[in-house]
Ligand binder design. Structure first.
Ligand code: GLN
Length: 478
């Protein structure tokens, strides 16, 4: 049992001598061992105990960073120097990073403790964490169910109390959907807000890095730390980063849009009812609720899977047995070596995406698929820009259903892809989104609310989430 809910409470306990950071780290390591069947971690780091002593000293000396003593796990697609970086793939089974991702370095610079690297779908491709060469991850709320994906290990680790927070990545929902399935907060920033340097590329024009945590306070703090321009990522934005932490509590009455297309067929009625309940509470509290339309929403899954597979097929061409990878095949026969390395190294879902992506980019089909999907992407983005002329934020479900059973969708990729129906459009448009854990269904599994805002308006998401957290949700300590 942890005695705190937020990092600032933890820091105070340490300062007052009521909590030993080293004992706290030992507690987490112990919990990870006891919950080994969740399979949330690919690697747990020994040195963290030793490092915790140094950070504890810094705290007592009064000279410490913003995240001093926060115990954080990072998804195993993010580089940490001299540590394994497998992307939960056999092709990178033996690979070690030679540098650290900017987002992870920023955590370290603020005295965070990195406890380990978390399991995920192979190369972040999946919605259930069942596509991992390192085995499936189980949902801590009910271990017969999936934790969501692709950042399933990062979500499960936070939900099970195995660390204070974690980093995940979101290309089409991989932070928001597992946060929803596991009942925690998960934040996808605006594309370009957080540097992608050191993140293994899946679909470069979609990929984002963001935090999982158990409070809006911790989400704001982590977002604050990892955001900002980075000279190593030319797509990172030099837009000023607001002081998320001190500004998110200034609740203003925001205008909330409800896209009708997100509340229609296919949405579990229990989820719809819970969301409508919150929406009527917000209305009673003076928030203006406006029905809106996102007319091109129905094309988002198709556009997403055409464009991301196209980008993935080129990004993954680098795993050729020459660089990075475990090599197999005859060493004096190049084609044989490529073929064997890639056939043995990649799992089925990754191969499926490479083939799809190669197909949509091929000369005869480029215009019909890739070029067309680019145009649809623009229309989906425009729908959002038009909507944000009228409203500040948009509320939707994060997922059409609660977590599904392990194995339930593995034989039907299309059904699996459809579970991303409410999340992919934010990545197509490059806008930020958060999952707020708003309750549980009759089966005990968590339900999530997604809130979206215009590009670089993360603060509005934090403000509304914090309003909901402090006014409607129980202040439970994990
Ligand atoms: N589930 C989506 C996919 O399989 C999203 C993955 C992600 O965001 N990394 O592509």
């Amino acid at each position: 049992m942890l005695q705190y809910k937020t990092h600032s409470q933890k820091l105070n306990l340490i300062k007052n001598g009521k909590l030993s950071l080293t004992e706290n780290v030992e507690y987490f390591r112990d919990s990870i061992n006891k919950n080994a069947d969740l399979n949330a971690f690919n690697f747990v780091f020994e040195e963290v105990v030793e490092e915790s002593r140094k950070i504890e000293e810094k705290i007592h000396d009064g000279k410490y960073g913003k995240l001093a003593g926060m115990v954080i796990a990072v998804k195993d697609v993010l580089a940490l120097k001299d540590k394994p970086l497998t992307c939960s793939s056999n092709i990178l089974k033996k690979f070690k990073s030679i540098y650290t991702a900017t987002a992870v370095q920023k955590l370290l610079d603020e005295d965070a403790l990195i406890i380990g690297k978390t399991n995920c779908d192979e190369f972040a491709m999946g919605s259930s964490n069942e596509n991992s060469a390192r085995g499936v991850v189980k949902n801590p709320v009910n271990t017969e169910f999936v934790p969501g994906g692709s950042s399933g290990g990062s979500a499960a680790a936070v939900a099970a109390g195995l660390c204070d927070a974690s980093l995940g990545t979101d290309t089409g929902g991989s932070i928001r959907q597992p946060a929803s399935f596991c009942g925690i907060y998960g934040f996808k920033p605006t594309y370009g807000r957080v540097s992608r340097f050191g993140l293994t590329a899946f679909a470069s024009s979609f990929d984002t890095i963001g935090p999982f945590a158990r409070s809006v306070d911790d989400i704001s703090l982590l977002l604050q730390v990892i955001s900002g321009k980075d000279k190593y990522d030319s797509t990172s934005s030099d837009k000023e980063v607001p002081d998320f932490l001190s500004e998110y509590q200034n609740a203003t009455k925001l205008k909330i849009g409800l896209p009708q297309e997100f509340f229609s067929d296919g949405l579990d009625p229990e989820i719809r009812d819970i969301l409508y309940d919150y929406i009527s509470k917000l209305k009673t509290d003076g928030f203006e609720i406006i029905d809106i339309h996102l007319p091109h929403h129905e094309y988002s899954i198709a556009a997403y899977y055409i464009l991301t597979t196209a980008e993935a097929s080129t990004n993954l061409a680098r795993y050729d047995g020459v660089r990075y990878t475990t090599r197999s095949g005859k060493k004096d026969d190049l084609i044989n070596m490529y073929t064997n390395t890639r056939s043995e190294g990649f799992g089925d879902e990754v191969k499926r995406r490479i083939m799809l992506g190669t197909y949509v980019l091929s000369a005869g089909y480029y215009d019909a698929y890739y070029a067309k999907a680019q145009k649809v992407r623009r229309l989906i983005q425009k729908d959002f820009f038009d909507a944000f002329e009228k409203v500040d934020v948009i509320i939707t479900p994060t997922s059409p259903f609660t977590a599904f059973k392990l194995g339930e969708k593995t034989s039907d990729p299309l059904q699996m892809y459809l579970s991303d129906i409410y999340t992919t459009s934010a990545n197509l448009a490059g806008i930020p989104g958060i999952n707020v854990p708003v309750g549980s269904a009759g089966n005990g599994l968590p339900i999530g609310m997604q809130i979206l805002a215009n590009q670089f308006e993360e603060l509005k998401l934090l403000r509304l989430s914090s309003y909901i957290e402090s006014n409607y949700l129980k202040n439970e300590v994990v």
